[in-house]
Design a protein around this ligand. Structure first.
Ligand code: PRP
Length: 207
């Protein structure tokens, strides 16, 4: 499984704002927006292009268009904070939605919503979720996508735990991961260390 670590002074600086427990909800959301732009920019680096002839005001030349715009799939709640920014950067993209809440006791994802195109054959998919912890939520989401024929899935995460990466690797699902950091490990209640806390709560408040 490919893991692209987007390691840049600006990603480090924005992620540090998100990690800092003194950062308020609005500043957290703003830093996540900026980080998402950088992650999606890198995730799109190998996207295939098609060309077509155009004319500038002074000469004929070739224009580049995205050959296969991705489907963006934010995982609610926390992934909502990445959706608009990703869509702004890739306006050609389609958008689907998956809603999952992780049970705090069992750490299992409980689905409460999904809105996805029925056929994803040949369509690249970017799953947007700030956190890859145990990997249960991401694995669940990728299985939903694979059932619809997706074979080219990118998990775009602000940060990942080694346990979550191992789980995705062992799942054999067709996924690569783009992340700004791989942290140390999970604690005994499934939080990433050092992490940033709960990305949903830090954007929208505790439920
Ligand atoms: C968090 C996070 C991921 C998931 C990661 O969501 O945004 O979706 O947990 O954990 P996992 O890798 O162990 O599955 P949460 O369930 O807290 O819901 P929220 O986004 O609504 O806050």
């Amino acid at each position: 499984m490919d893991v692209l670590l987007v390691d840049h002074p600006l990603t480090k600086a924005r992620l540090s704002i998100m990690r800092d427990s003194r950062t308020d909800n609005a500043s957290f959301r703003h830093a996540l927006h900026e980080l998402t732009t950088m992650l999606v920019y890198e995730a799109m680096r190998e996207a295939p292009l098609r060309t077509e002839p155009i004319s500038t005001p002074v000469a004929d030349t070739e224009a580049y268009r995205l050959a296969d715009p991705p489907l963006l799939v934010p995982v609610l709640r926390a992934g909502l904070g990445m959706a608009d920014q990703a869509h702004r950067l890739v306006p050609e993209a389609l958008m689907g939605f998956v809603g999952l809440a992780r049970d705090e006791e069992t750490l299992q994802p409980t689905p409460y919503m999904q809105s996805l195109p029925p056929d994803l054959t040949g369509r690249p998919v970017f799953v947007l979720d700030p956190m890859l912890a145990t990997g249960g939520s991401m694995e669940y989401t990728i299985r939903l996508l694979a059932e619809r024929g997706a074979t080219d899935v990118t998990a775009v995460c602000a940060l990942a735990a080694p346990e979550g990466l191992d789980r995705l690797r062992e799942s054999g699902l067709p996924v690569r991961v783009v992340t700004a950091a791989v942290d140390d490990n999970l604690n005994d209640v499934g939080f990433i260390l050092p992490g940033l806390g709960d990305a949903g709560d830090r954007q929208y408040g505790a439920r």
